[in-house]
Design a protein. Structure first.
Lengths: 584, 82
C-alpha cells in the first residue's frame, strides 16, 4: 500500500474516532458546555490538558527549534513545563473551589466589577486568537505535505471536524476528544523517536539515548554533535548564544504565561474536587513531560542525522560534501514543499551547509572555495521528515501525520471553546443580557463557537504575516495581565478592583508597547530588535515577566491607597482558600 | 511555635516547594549552568541536563509531593472533601 493511501486511512480513522466521541458526549446543559459538568476524572483531565496545551508548535516545531538552537532552546523546555508547578501550587485548586465556569468569572467576582471582567475578556480573546492562527498554519503544513491536497481543502476538513465536536459537544465533547488526541499524538511522537534512538545508539529510550555513545564508535552523541557542528562554524549544541539574563527572563515569562493561559486554566474547573485539581495538574505535566523530555533527543538526533548526511567526512575535504544529484528521497520530497532549499553558490554540484554568519569560519570557507551556505532548512520539517530520514516504515510516517493534526486540532478546539465561553457567558450572560435562560445561553455558546471556528478558519486561509511575532505577545499578555490578577486575588484579602484594573491595564500596555516597539504590529518597529536596545538586556520574548512584576507592583500600590474590598468579597477569598466547609 | 492555620500550612508548603522549583530550573538550569557543565552525568554536561531534562523531572516530583502533603494537611484540619 502506498504512503498516501495509508496516510489517508490513518488520518481518516482518527477523524472518525473524534466525531464518534462528539456524538457520544453531546452537551445538554451550560455546565456540560463550559466545564464538562465538572465530572472529568483527574487522569482524563490531565490527558486532555496535555493535548490542549501541546499544540502544533510543540509537536511540529519544538524539536526543530531544539535541533538548531541547542541549549538556548531550554527556555521552551523549562518555560512551557515550569508553569504547571505555579498552576498546581498557586492557582488550580482555588479556581476549582471558586467553582464557576470561566476565568473572567473569577476576575469579575473577585474584583466585584464588570470593568475588570471585560478587561479579562479582552485579554483572553487576544491571547486565544493569536494562538489559533498558529494552529491553523500547522494543520495546513501537515495536510499539504502528507495528503498532497491543497492547503485550503485540508483546512476546510480540519475546521469541519473541530466544528462538529466543539459546537456540538462543548467542553464535554472536546475533553474526551482531547483524551483520544493525546493518545494519537504521544504514540506518533514517541514511536519514531524510539526507533531513531535505537538506530543511532542501540538504546530505545530517547531520554537516555541522547546522552550515550553512538553505535559507529564516534564517542558520546552530544560530544560528537558538538564537534561536528562547531567544525562547521555553528555554536556548540550544548552551549548557547543568548545572554544568561535573556534566558532567565524568557523562561520566566513563558512559565508565568503558561500559568495565565485561559484555555489551560479553564481545564481545572472541570474536575469534581479541589484535590483532583491539584492531582490533575500533576498528571497533565506527566503527560506533557513524556513528549517534552523526548523532544531534545529528537532534536539532537535529527541535527546529527541531517549534518552527517550533508557533510559525510572531514570539513574542507572535497569529496566530503554530498553531491546534489546523490541527495536522498526525503530531500527531494521536502524540496517540493519549499521548506528545504538548495542553491549551488559555488557551482561545484556539492552541498555546503555551514554557518556563514560566523565571520571567522566564513573567511576560512571562502579561502577553500565555499561561497556561502547553500542549504536552507525550515526547522518545522525536523519532526515530520525524521521518520523518512531514518527510513522508518510507511505506517510510522502516516502516524506522524495523524499526530500532527491531532496536536493542532486539540489545541484549536480548546482555544475556540474559551473564546465562545467568554462571549456567551462573560459578555452576554454576565454583562449584556443578565436574564437570558440557560437554553438561550447554551445556544449563544454554540453560535459563538461556530463564529470563532469560522474566524479561525479565515486566519488559516489568510495567515496574517505577523503570526510568529504575536506568539511572544500571547505569552507576554497572559503573564502580564491575567496571572497576577488571579494570583493576588487568592493570596491577598486587601487587593481591590481599582488595584486590579490599574494593574492589568499597566501590565497589558507595558508588555504590548515593548513588543510593538521592537517587533512592530500594524506599524513599523520603532527600534532595531537587538540586545543593545533592550531594557536590562531582556528581549521582547521575555518582557512578559517584567510586565507581570509591574502589574503586581501597581495592583498592590493602588490597592493600598484605595478602600478595601467589601466584606462579601473578603469572605469569598477566605472560602476558596479551603477545600470544604466555611473555612477557618 | 504558634500552631499554623490550614491556610498558613498550605502557604508554607507552597513556598518551600517554590524555592525548590526556582533552584532546579533557574538555579541549576540557567544561573549555575556554566559551572555545572564541568561535571557530567550519564553522558550529559550537568547544567545542560538540568535545563533540558532534570528540571522537568524536578517539576513533576514537586507537584506530586504537593498533592500528597496537601491531602495530609486537608485531613489533619478536617477540610477534606468526600
Amino acid at each position: 500500500m502506498g504512503l498516501k493511501t495509508l496516510t489517508y486511512i490513518v488520518v481518516g480513522l482518527s477523524f472518525a474516532l473524534y466525531i464518534g466521541i462528539a456524538f457520544w458526549s453531546k452537551a445538554r446543559t451550560t455546565g456540560d458546555f463550559y466545564v464538562a459538568g465538572k465530572h472529568v476524572h483527574p487522569v482524563a483531565n490531565g490527558m486532555a490538558t496535555a493535548a490542549d496545551w501541546m499544540s502544533a508548535a510543540s509537536f511540529i516545531s519544538m524539536a526543530g527549534l531544539i535541533a538548531f538552537l541547542g541549549y538556548d532552546s531550554s527556555v521552551y523546555l523549562m518555560g512551557w513545563t515550569g508553569g504547571y508547578v505555579l498552576l498546581a501550587l498557586l492557582l488550580a485548586p482555588y479556581l476549582r473551589r471558586f467553582g464557576k465556569f470561566t476565568v473572567p468569572d473569577f476576575i469579575g467576582e473577585r474584583y466585584y466589577s464588570d470593568a475588570a471582567r471585560v478587561v479579562a475578556v479582552i485579554c483572553l480573546i487576544v491571547i486565544s486568537f493569536t494562538y489559533v492562527a498558529g494552529q491553523m498554519r500547522g494543520v495546513g503544513i501537515v495536510f499539504s505535505r502528507f495528503l498532497s491536497v491543497d492547503i485550503s481543502v485540508g483546512l476546510a476538513v480540519g475546521m469541519g471536524v473541530v466544528f462538529l465536536y466543539a459546537v456540538l459537544g462543548g467542553m464535554k465533547g472536546i475533553t474526551y476528544t482531547q483524551v483520544a488526541q493525546y493518545c494519537v499524538l504521544i504514540f506518533a511522537y514517541t514511536v519514531p523517536a524510539a526507533f531513531i534512538s535505537l538506530q543511532v545508539t542501540g538504546i530505545a529510550l530517547p531520554q537516555a539515548a541522547f546522552g550515550s555513545e553512538v553505535l559507529d564508535g564516534g564517542g558520546r552523541l552530544l560530544e560528537t554533535l558538538d564537534r561536528i557542528v562547531t567544525d562547521l562554524g555553528f555554536t556548540a549544541f550544548t552551549s548557547g548564544s543568548k545572554s544568561t539574563a535573556d534566558i532567565f527572563f524568557i523562561t520566566l515569562a513563558l512559565m508565568i504565561g503558561t500559568a495565565g493561559l485561559p484555555h489551560v486554566l479553564v481545564r481545572f474547573f472541570t474536575v469534581p474536587r479541589v484535590r483532583d485539581a491539584r492531582a490533575s495538574a500533576g498528571y497533565a505535566l506527566l503527560f506533557i513531560a513524556i513528549l517534552y523530555t523526548t523532544a531534545p533527543a529528537v532534536g539532537a538526533l535529527a541535527r546529527l542525522n541531517l549534518t552527517t548526511t550533508i557533510q559525510t567526512g572531514p570539513v574542507f575535504e572535497e569529496t566530503a560534501n554530498l553531491r546534489y544529484e546523490d541527495r536522498p528521497g526525503w530531500f527531494r520530497t521536502w524540496e517540493e514543499t519549499g521548506l528545504l532549499r538548495f542553491q549551488d553558490l559555488n557551482g561545484d554540484g556539492r552541498i555546503q551547509y555551514y554557518n556563514d554568519a560566523n565571520p571567522e569560519f566564513a573567511a576560512r570557507a571562502e579561502a577553500e572555495g565555499w561561497r556561502g551556505n547553500e542549504l536552507t532548512v525550515d526547522r518545522d520539517i525536523i519532526v515530520l521528515a525524521n521518520p523518512e530520514i531514518a527510513q522508518l516504515p510507511n505506517w510510522v510516517i502516516a502516524l506522524v501525520a495523524a499526530g500532527g493534526i491531532a496536536a493542532a486540532l486539540s489545541t484549536a478546539a480548546g482555544l475556540l471553546l474559551v473564546i465562545s465561553a467568554a462571549v456567551s457567558h462573560d459578555l452576554i450572560k454576565s454583562v449584556l443580557a443578565r436574564n437570558i435562560s440557560e437554553r438561550a445561553e447554551l445556544r449563544a455558546g454554540r453560535i459563538s463557537a461556530a463564529v470563532a471556528v469560522l474566524l479561525a478558519g479565515y486566519l488559516g486561509f489568510n495567515p496574517p504575516g505577523f503570526v510568529a511575532e504575536v506568539v511572544a505577545l500571547a505569552f507576554g499578555l497572559a503573564a502580564a495581565s491575567l496571572f497576577p490578577a488571579i494570583l493576588l486575588g487568592i493570596l491577598s484579602l486587601r487587593v481591590n478592583k481599582q488595584g486590579a484594573i490599574a494593574g492589568m491595564l499597566s501590565g497589558l500596555v507595558f508588555t504590548m508597547g515593548y513588543i510593538v516597539y521592537f517587533k512592530g504590529l500594524f506599524v513599523a518597529p520603532f527600534a532595531a530588535n537587538v540586545p543593545g536596545n533592550w531594557l536590562f538586556g531582556i528581549s521582547p520574548e521575555g518582557i512578559g515577566a517584567l510586565g507581570a512584576g509591574l502589574n503586581l507592583a501597581v495592583t498592590l500600590a493602588v490597592s493600598a491607597l484605595t478602600p478595601a474590598p467589601p466584606a462579601p468579597v473578603r469572605e469569598l477569598v477566605r472560602r476558596i482558600r479551603v477545600p470544604s466547609g466555611s473555612g477557618n | 511555635m504558634r500552631k499554623l492555620s490550614y491556610w498558613g500550612e498550605n502557604l508554607r508548603l507552597a513556598l518551600i516547594l517554590l524555592a525548590a522549583w526556582f533552584a532546579i530550573s533557574f538555579g541549576c538550569g540557567v544561573l549555575l549552568a556554566d559551572f555545572l557543565n564541568q561535571f557530567t552525568l550519564g553522558g550529559f554536561k550537568l547544567g545542560f541536563w538540568f535545563a533540558q531534562q532534570g528540571s522537568l523531572y524536578g517539576f513533576l516530583a514537586l507537584i506530586f509531593v504537593y498533592v500528597a502533603l496537601m491531602n495530609r494537611i486537608d485531613r489533619k484540619h478536617g477540610v477534606r472533601e468526600d
